[in-house]
Design a protein around this ligand. Structure first.
Ligand SMILES: Nc1nc2c(ncn2[C@@H]2O[C@H](COP(=O)(O)OP(=O)(O)O)[C@@H](O)[C@H]2O)c(=O)[nH]1
Ligand SMILES: [Mg+2]
Length: 246
């Protein structure tokens, strides 16, 4: 049974000019197949004209829009901007480079009939294409274990850029969410635990065309920044900054 509730898909993009044509074709096909779907591409501070290129490419589609933010605020900020003011019942985001094919939308939307929040998990799908480079896989595993330990959550994969929310849950979560970058996903899952939201998981299959941008993830300093952000989440929770009882 496909979900008849209207849906919003946010695609955060940053310096992805080389992918605009392919991604736009996938967006066009998804909208043609699903008249309930609205797609919002969010570009914040790309230097290569990604946002304008998407605007030109998606112009003919009435159910697609491109938000261009002048300054880079991080993937988390872009996703929050993409959900801002949304009226759709199902709010979903996936990596704008389509690391996960748009076909994942159907199981994601369907699972949102049973859960407040649904996350994609690469550990539930046999990764045909070898997955993460070894160094990143190791640091990713370390981050996952540390985050789960420090935040009292337990998911084999918290970072897959494929997540969905019932609108009410999204409004409660994003009103409290503070981080904009790497640890934004685990902050969301921590707030789900604190707010008693039901979280489901679906298999996330990385597409064979996707290449991880190891260079962008300056592994060491970003790992330190991730660790700092994990401590910040505990600090904000401990000091009541999340206003969890409101
Ligand atoms: N709007 C926006 N999108 C971002 C930002 N950082 C990454 N992205 C997008 O988020 C998605 C995942 O990032 P990516 O660098 O591909 O991560 P990887 O696949 O894990 O190496 C891609 O579509 C990026 O273009 C950002 O600061 N702002
Ligand atoms: Mg990627």
């Amino acid at each position: 049974m496909t979900s008849t509730l209207n849906q919003r898909l946010v695609l955060p993009v940053h310096n992805e000019r080389h992918l605009v044509k392919d991604v736009s074709e996938s967006v066009e096909e998804a909208i043609r197949k699903n008249p309930q779907l609205r797609v919002v591409v969010v570009d914040d501070g790309s230097e290569d004209g990604t946002g304008d290129a998407f605007r030109r490419q998606l112009k003919p589609l009435k159910n697609a829009e491109v938000k261009i933010l002048p300054k880079n605020g991080g993937k988390g900020m872009a996703i929050r901007q993409g959900f801002h003011g949304a009226k759709e019942e199902r709010l979903m985001f996936m990596d704008g480079d389509l690391a996960y094919s748009i076909d994942h939308l159907t199981p994601l939307a369907e699972s949102l009939n049973d859960y407040d929040v649904v996350i994609g998990s690469r550990s539930m799908a046999p990764q045909a294409h070898g997955g993460l480079p070894a160094r990143r896989a190791f640091l990713g595993w370390g981050f996952n274990r540390l985050a789960c330990y420090l935040l009292g959550i337990d998911y084999p994969d918290t970072q897959a850029g494929l997540k969905g929310f019932q609108r009410e849950a999204a409004e409660r979560l994003f009103a409290k969410q503070r981080l904009t970058d790497f640890a934004f996903d685990v902050e969301l899952l921590y707030l789900c635990r604190k707010l008693g939201l039901r979280v489901g998981q679906i298999p996330a299959q990385v597409s064979g065309r996707h290449t991880y941008k190891t260079s962008r993830v300056k592994l060491l300093c970003d790992s330190l920044r991730c660790f700092k952000e994990l401590l910040l989440i505990r600090w904000w929770s401990w000091t009541g900054a999340y206003r969890l009882r409101e």
